[in-house]
Write a protein that binds this ligand. Structure first.
Ligand SMILES: [Zn+2]
Length: 389
């Protein structure tokens, strides 16, 4: 059973033993037996760490372009440095197909961590990108020692201070304008709820964060202020560019949480019971399978003559279907700017006016710049442009 699924629970094993052999061992005995089975199938826990450098070297030799960085920390015995031994500190690895595929993804990386079980624990971090079809792509993996969650304002990226420290190092090359950071809204909201109880206030904060325009943001923020000004003070301590959608300059592509990597975590759940070297090998096996499957899907789509990703086509079709009553007026011919007035179907009431710039790919509604594909107002302008050709 352990061979089939290393993440099989002790309870399941206990029940299976009871029904198969007719006696109920203690939880502890089953736990020990499982550890032994894992060692038999996947190798010894300690030996697995020793095997790691060899495997890392093997991958680099057989797959040029693979990146694997293994860091160890020195062992001190009675104040003396023992040069024959080293502690595992952290390992970062990625494979050439991941690096190549990332060139074609949205410029966005989401980082999430999952605790690994077994003898020594630790955290497996996965950096995830997403392609135009909303397929998730693991870009890189890292295995680090346990990071202790620290209460505080900046609960980011799934609460890993290790990630935060790495991103904020002045020589790391991760600071703006080279790289930008953003917080996972769910984690910001969870932190907010520690200070301010009540679901309603939390919902208001999330709505403000998701607002795509300043007007919409102000609307939710004002309600929040009327509930308790301290809530706004709390939120104002975090830079707006880190948690609000309308200030992100389109960098989030609509991703407000680290949800996309959490689906990867569910896949990786099965590997986190394995000794370290088997775990690293498992990520390789999983990626190989993923690339073959996704490659076939993409070939099939190209084979039927599709130019854009199915996901994008679906979104645009949905926007086209919101058949609304738009009156398009050319505003600035040189810069392809339009005003789009929306009215009720009878044309008697105005529902708002939006300025659309095809040149700079923006719309007042905020969707065009945030999601990087045309909103209904933009599509109305494109239709207008076609009729005037
Ligand atoms: Zn719009």
């Amino acid at each position: 059973m352990v061979r089939a699924d290393a993440s099989v629970s002790i309870k399941v094993l206990l029940n299976a033993t009871a029904s198969h052999y007719g006696f109920r061992p203690t939880y502890r005995r089953v736990w020990m037996a499982k550890q032994k089975a894992v060692v038999l199938i996947y190798g010894d826990w300690d030996e697995s760490y020793n095997e790691l450098p060899r495997w890392v070297l093997g991958v680099q030799v057989t797959m040029p372009g693979s990146i694997a960085v293994l860091r160890t920390s020195p062992v001190r015995v009675g104040g003396q440095l023992d040069k024959t031994q080293a502690y595992f500190h952290r390992l970062l690895w990625t494979f050439p197909p991941c690096i190549e595929a990332f060139r074609h993804c949205k410029l966005l990386v989401s980082i999430d961590g999952t605790h690994i079980y077994g003898k020594y624990g630790g955290t497996l971090l996965v950096a995830i990108a997403q392609d135009g079809n909303s397929n998730i792509l693991p870009v890189a993996f890292a295995l680090v020692e346990n990071v202790t969650p620290q209460p505080g304002l900046l609960v980011i990226f799934d609460r890993h201070n290790g990630i935060k420290a790495a991103l904020e190092a002045s020589d790391g090359g991760w600071l703006p304008p080279i790289t930008y950071r953003a917080f996972c809204i769910r984690h910001v909201a969870a932190n907010f709820a520690l200070t301010f109880k009540g679901k309603d206030a939390r919902r208001l904060l999330v709505n403000a964060a998701y607002a795509k325009t300043e007007v919409e943001f102000d609307y939710w923020f004002d309600i929040l202020r009327s509930e308790d000004p301290a809530m706004c003070d709390w939120a104002n301590q975090i830079e707006y560019s880190l948690w609000t959608h309308y200030c992100d300059e389109g960098r989030r592509f609509g991703h407000m949480t680290t949800n996309i990597s959490e689906c990867v975590n569910s896949i990786l759940k099965g590997v986190r019971n394995l000794p370290v070297c088997s775990l690293v090998k498992a990520t390789y096996g999983w990626l190989a399978e993923l690339f073959v499957r996704k490659g076939r899907e993409a070939e099939a789509q190209l084979g039927t003559g599709q130019q854009f990703s199915q996901h994008l086509v679906k979104c645009i079709e949905a926007n086209l279907k919101t058949a609304r009553c738009f009156t398009v007026t050319l505003y600035d011919r040189d810069n392809s700017e339009y005003t789009v007035a929306e009215t009720t179907p009878t044309g008697s009431f105005s529902l708002g006016t939006y300025r659309v710039s095809l040149g700079s790919q923006t719309c007042d509604c905020g969707y065009f710049q945030a999601l990087h594909f045309p909103c209904p107002h933009t599509l109305a302008c494109c239709a207008y442009w076609c009729t005037k050709l």
